[in-house]
Design a protein around this ligand. Structure first.
Ligand code: CP3
Length: 354
């Protein structure tokens, strides 16, 4: 394998010294980039883009050509697993993801099995292998998955939802059924992420987008417990290097201490948590990723730069910070503001690493 030319991101995740704070942005390959929209239009639909390795590789690399980013994230989606389990994923313009089949009954859950990785998800592994070749060691490549709870939300609701009434109904009425579903999902995620690591993913991120909707008790039982199981089941080394893992529960700011106990290297923070306080709470245990409000990118370039400086100062001196937004970049953002963000992180973070 080609040697990694920029390992700032991996070093910060392992709390090793860096010269500048590394930066990448969730959904950095996406609709705010005209070159993404062009490839997306040619592909026709979103799943074709995900399942054609050449196209997935191309859009993964697009943001790296424009910006001095310290990591790439493989272009795919968290919903590839339920799709591989036979639920039939499609995207309806303006409405987001939809499943043609949903999970409602105990029989639906019993019929689910861990999908064969190279068979039904081989396109993701092919995209990772191709991207590792094309990226040529420029920056590390991140692999990812949704958390079991977040995947279950979409599988039971059949798509996005405001209140997640169906899944919560099942959780309260039939907790054993819920646990059976989360168990097969956790096993699937372990197999999926280990296959990604074997294909060349150099770091892993777990997206728990909807864990923050739960009560503390239910977060522990229905989301955190399964993420802990996944983290213990991962192959944490490849090519003689540690493969660091980041866990991101959106809205999970009050549970950072418990999240830090799962054995992860890093926690993703959304913007509702103060990064100074978060660092005091987790101490030296984990790296923190985040946490600028994605809406700052709607403001002027000067404001973007000022807000970046605030977060850098909020984290303070030393390693253990990966700069990111607190959630995905919005499609209507001016690509110039993303350039301002990346450059501001690199320029203004140097004094914090001397
Ligand atoms: O971060 C990256 O650049 C990698 C690619 C990535 C996508 N989705 C591409 C995508 C990643 C990491 C995801 C994860 C994902 N997908 C999550 C977890 C993270 C989060 O945002 O909370 C979730 C909940 C999904 C499910 C999903 N996929 C939704 C709700 C949508 C619709 C969003 C919308 O704004 O329409 C998608 C589609 C999707 N996934 C797009 C992209 C770039 C937009 C599709 C398009 O081009 O039309």
């Amino acid at each position: 394998m080609t040697e990694l030319k920029n390992d700032r991101y991996l070093r910060a995740l392992l709390k090793q010294p860096v010269d500048k704070t590394p930066v990448w942005v969730m959904r950095q390959a996406g609709r705010y980039l005209p070159e993404y929209r062009e490839v997306r239009a040619k592909a026709g639909d979103f799943m074709t883009l995900c399942s054609t390795p050449e196209l997935a590789c191309e859009v993964t690399l697009q943001p790296l050509r424009r910006y001095d980013l310290d990591a790439a994230i493989i272009f795919s989606d968290i919903l590839t697993i339920p799709d591989a389990m036979g639920l039939g994923l499609h995207f309806v313009t303006g409405e987001g993801p939809k499943f043609s089949k949903t999970i409602q009954t105990p029989a639906d859950i019993k019929n689910l099995t861990v999908p064969d990785m190279e068979d039904s998800l081989g396109y993701v592994m092919d995209a990772i292998r191709l991207t590792r070749r094309e990226i040529d060691g420029k920056v590390p490549l991140i692999g990812f998955s949704g958390s079991p709870w977040t995947l279950a939300c979409y599988m039971i609701e059949g798509g996005s939802s405001k209140d997640f009434a169906k899944i919560k109904g099942m959780m309260f009425d039939a907790p054993d059924q819920m646990h059976a579903l989360l168990d097969v999902l956790a096993d699937s995620v372990i197999a999926y992420l280990n296959a990604q690591i074997q294909a060349g993913a150099q770091a892993i991120m777990l997206f728990d987008t909807w864990g923050g909707l739960l009560s503390p008790e239910n977060y522990n039982a229905f989301s955190l417990a399964y993420m802990k199981k996944i983290i213990s089941g991962l192959q944490r080394e490849a090519d003689g290097r540690e493969v660091p893992v980041t866990l991101f529960t959106k809205g999970g700011g009050q549970w950072l201490e418990a999240m830090a106990e799962t054995g992860v290297n890093s926690l993703g923070l959304d913007w509702t948590t103060d990064i100074t306080q978060a660092r005091q709470r987790v101490g030296n245990k984990v790296t923190l990723q985040g946490n600028m409000d994605p809406c700052v990118l709607y403001a002027s370039g000067d404001t973007v730069e000022r807000e970046v400086m605030k977060i850098l100062a909020g984290f303070g001196k030393g390693t253990g910070h990966v700069f990111n937004l607190g959630h995905g970049i919005h499609p209507a953002v001016d690509p110039e503001n993303m350039a301002r963000l990346v450059d501001a992180v690199h320029t203004h973070s140097k004094p914090y690493h001397q």
